[in-house]
Write a protein that binds this ligand. Structure first.
Ligand code: JFZ
Length: 456
């Protein structure tokens, strides 16, 4: 199995949804998708804007309109680096089947079918190499609405749950899609761009109808044979559709915006949005605060997982101000507090009410604990329950200000000053003598499974 250390050390990645659907951005010929609907789904809404969704020929008029003036890979990736991200992934192909690279497998791609005529994925790879970000792809392997054999949404319409579901392609037809489009395109993405990881997308056992053991093996083997580094996520379908389960993939993916309240002993991540939609949506203004987003990052880090924050650029390649501002704020926080995130490990200590704790093991055998304080109660004692190691020193990471502490057989606590260093999340460093157990040390052998709470 490929090495996952870089992935675990990274903790923070940027996810991007960008494609033809970014042009309508949730509004089709004046008809508005719900403001909390995913705009990348605009084509396939059963009875919206008309029965059967948007007809293929009409959707395809977006091809000639895909000509962004502001596709600036260097500027984009620098922005993600400045936000503190260590890796980047983009929708190489979303459910609509449109490829963001000059695929030889299907001409339904940005180079052959749009006026842009640029290798979007190749240019982004160069920028990632330049700025030192790892690079990978979202690839919709199950749903594909361009190829006649690709799967369609398996649920009833939003408007009327009693409506019959869409008619799926036959197994023979899906086989054609799988072996003539999906598998070769995935191979192409590794060969052309040296993909470091894939984020395949399925989310419940309804996908098992098409994602059979044999097909999953063919796809996984293709990745394994083409690369000894490339990571595969559990949403490829192993959770539900493979007898070996998630043991044969490299990292677990949670459901959308699902932040589990438990630690997992395997590499894992949550992908989350700034607002509701993944691709940009003209009506979606429900922006999460920077503090909320930082807590997503710290929560997952403390539980051994990553946070992949999604951006949905506008069709012209610009970014909404709300996203830019939050990226800068996250970057400013990580600039000061990155040491308390990157390369840290979860600890086998009880999760405190006041925030989260992670650790780094120091070369001299001692341990540095990072206390992420969500709730700074001035003058109070911040207790580190269960810590038996002797404390050597305590200080605020941002300022270096030393803090008083109590360290004896029955108690380990830090006295908080009257001034809160950072109203979002303050980080206190607590250096202790000796080893503090990692969560993983105690949990090896647990077969952690991601779960989904998402219902259409
Ligand atoms: C999928 C896509 O359909 C969506 O457009 C977006 O790309 C997102 C990242 O992934 O949507 C999901 C994802 C997860 C669940 C349901 C739909 N889930 O966990 O149940």
């Amino acid at each position: 199995m490929p090495d996952t250390k870089w992935f675990c050390d990274a903790r923070f990645g940027i996810f991007m949804h960008w494609g033809l659907y970014s042009i309508p951005a949730g509004v089709w010929q004046g008809k508005k998708m719900g403001r909390n609907w995913y705009s990348e789904w605009i084509r396939m809404q059963h009875k919206w804007p008309e029965p059967g969704g948007i007809p293929r020929e009409e959707y395809d008029t977006l091809l000639e309109q895909f000509n962004p003036d502001n596709f600036q890979p260097d500027v984009w990736v620098k922005q993600f680096k400045d936000a503190g991200a260590k890796y980047f992934l983009i929708t190489a192909k979303h459910h609509d089947g449109f490829a963001l690279w000059p695929s030889k497998v299907s001409s339904y791609n940005v180079y052959d079918a749009t006026p842009l005529k640029r290798d979007v994925l190749g240019e982004l790879k160069d920028a990632c190499d330049k700025y030192g970000l790892e690079y990978g792809f979202y690839y919709s392997h199950w749903l594909d609405w361009e190829h006649p054999g690709g799967a369609l949404p398996p649920w009833p319409s939003r408007e009327n749950p009693k409506d019959p579901p869409m008619v799926q392609p036959s197994q023979e037809s899906f086989d054609q899609y799988w072996y003539e489009k999906c598998v070769p395109q995935v191979k192409e993405l590794i060969d052309n761009y040296d993909a470091k990881f894939f984020w395949f997308d399925s989310w419940d056992d309804k996908s098992s109808h098409f994602l059979t053991e044999e097909r999953l093996d063919a796809l996984i083997n293709t990745v394994r044979n083409a690369s000894d580094k490339c990571l595969i996520n559990s949403r490829i379908g192993t959770t539900w559709s493979h007898p070996k389960g998630d043991s044969i993939v490299d990292y677990l993916s949670m459901g959308d915006n699902e932040f589990p309240d438990q630690k997992f002993a395997r590499p894992w991540e949550t992908s989350g949005t700034f607002n509701e939609s993944w691709a940009c949506h003209k009506l979606d203004y429900s922006w999460k605060s920077t503090q909320t987003l930082l807590k997503c990052l710290v929560d997952n880090t403390s539980r051994g997982g990553n946070f992949q924050l999604n951006v949905g650029p506008n069709a012209d390649g610009t970014f909404g101000i709300a996203m830019i501002r939050r990226l800068k704020e996250i970057g400013a926080w990580l600039d000061v507090n990155g040491e308390a995130i990157y390369g840290t490990e979860p600890v086998a200590l009880e999760e405190p009410e006041w925030g989260r704790i992670v650790k780094s093991e120091l070369d001299d055998g001692n341990t540095r604990l990072y206390c992420h304080v969500y709730d700074w109660q001035s003058g109070c004692d911040l207790e580190i329950a269960g810590l038996t190691n002797e404390i050597q020193q305590v200080f605020v990471l941002e300022s270096g200000e030393a803090l008083e502490y109590i360290s004896n057989d029955s108690k380990a606590s830090v006295t908080l000053t009257s001034h809160c260093p950072d109203e979002r999340i303050s980080v206190i460093i607590c250096d202790v003598v000796g080893h503090v157990a990692s969560f993983a040390d105690e949990q090896i052998g647990i077969d952690s499974k991601p779960h989904s709470n998402f219902a259409f």
